[in-house]
Design a protein around this ligand. Sequence first.
Ligand SMILES: *[C@@H]1O[C@H](CO)[C@@H](O)[C@H](O)[C@H]1NC(C)=O
Ligand SMILES: *[C@@H]1O[C@H](CO)[C@@H](O)[C@H](O)[C@H]1NC(C)=O
Ligand SMILES: *[C@@H]1O[C@H](CO)[C@@H](O)[C@H](O)[C@H]1NC(C)=O
Ligand SMILES: *[C@@H]1O[C@H](CO)[C@@H](O)[C@H](O)[C@H]1NC(C)=O
Length: 280
Amino acid sequence: MGSSNFVYIVFLLLIAGAPLSYAWGVDGHYMICRIAQSRLTSTASSAVLDLLPSGANGDLASECSWADNVRTAYPWSSPLHYVDTPDNLCTYDYSRDCHDSSGNAGYCVVGAINNYTTQLLSYPTSRYNLTQALMFLAHFMGDVHQPLHVGFTTDAGGNGITVYWYTTKTNLHSVWDTKIIQTAMSNYYGNDHNIMADSINANITSDQVSQWDACGSSSADCANNFATESIQDACSYAYQDASQNAKLNDTYFLSRKPIVETRIAQAGVRLANLLNQIFV
Ligand SMILES: *[C@@H]1O[C@H](CO)[C@@H](O)[C@H](O)[C@H]1NC(C)=O
Ligand SMILES: *[C@@H]1O[C@H](CO)[C@@H](O)[C@H](O)[C@H]1NC(C)=O
Ligand SMILES: *[C@@H]1O[C@H](CO)[C@@H](O)[C@H](O)[C@H]1NC(C)=O
Ligand SMILES: *[C@@H]1O[C@H](CO)[C@@H](O)[C@H](O)[C@H]1NC(C)=O
């Protein structure tokens, strides 16, 4: 183990008292998958319905937090939810950054998107469990769009930055996973993630869809681009005005809410596009 890994692990132990979260909350993932499912071709839609577990009742959104629920059962999957980048550089580089804390290449959110995309391309027959591949892919396409899932290493994507959300003590990562979404749902969308998802979805223009889907020829290029966008948003918006013990209020909420809504919209559109390309 390198000494920087050691320092990182000690740091993680120090902040372990606070819940370490690493995923859009349930509502964020739900909305992304609801938007995506509404944009599937009929071929992709049939494959998704075929692969979803029967308990899902055909609803992809209901399975989009499954990957968070299996983190304890599948410890190897934990690093697949994010990628840490060097402090303050505001760049992402696959060969430099996409590995787990023991240095295993590909064990980050971008590597996972490529892994589960490849597995799903073998549909309908595969040596892999494609139900799990679909639930992982849908989740990680969400995570790569959460700016602080491509954050700095020392603060573990904002988990190590204590902030106040209005009067509630929390950390910056949770603000981006859940707090901004929950406050928006409560202030504007009757506390209903279906209403919020459908408002975001209805607002997406066809120009945006063609812009967001244009990212190069291979899905590997695309996922790298999504991670680069996230670290840029992390630097321009998430970390700005949010130092240790910052008191975040309406000023932060109102200026960051459009960023969160755009990332949810992009994740939904791009997940649909990816599934439409996989299932042809
Ligand atoms: C790829 O998927 C398989 C099956 O879930 C898993 O065992 C492996 O660790 C994954 N690797 C990456 C980099 O996602
Ligand atoms: C595939 O994974 C799902 C979800 O974990 C599980 O319910 C199902 O039993 C698995 N299928 C096989 C054939 O192992
Ligand atoms: C709708 O789109 C406008 C213009 O792009 C943007 O300012 C606004 O935040 C969007 N609202 C939602 C709910 O996505
Ligand atoms: C809200 O936070 C900003 C800093 O982002 C600060 O300038 C402003 O005074 C705060 N407003 C209130 C009402 O506390």
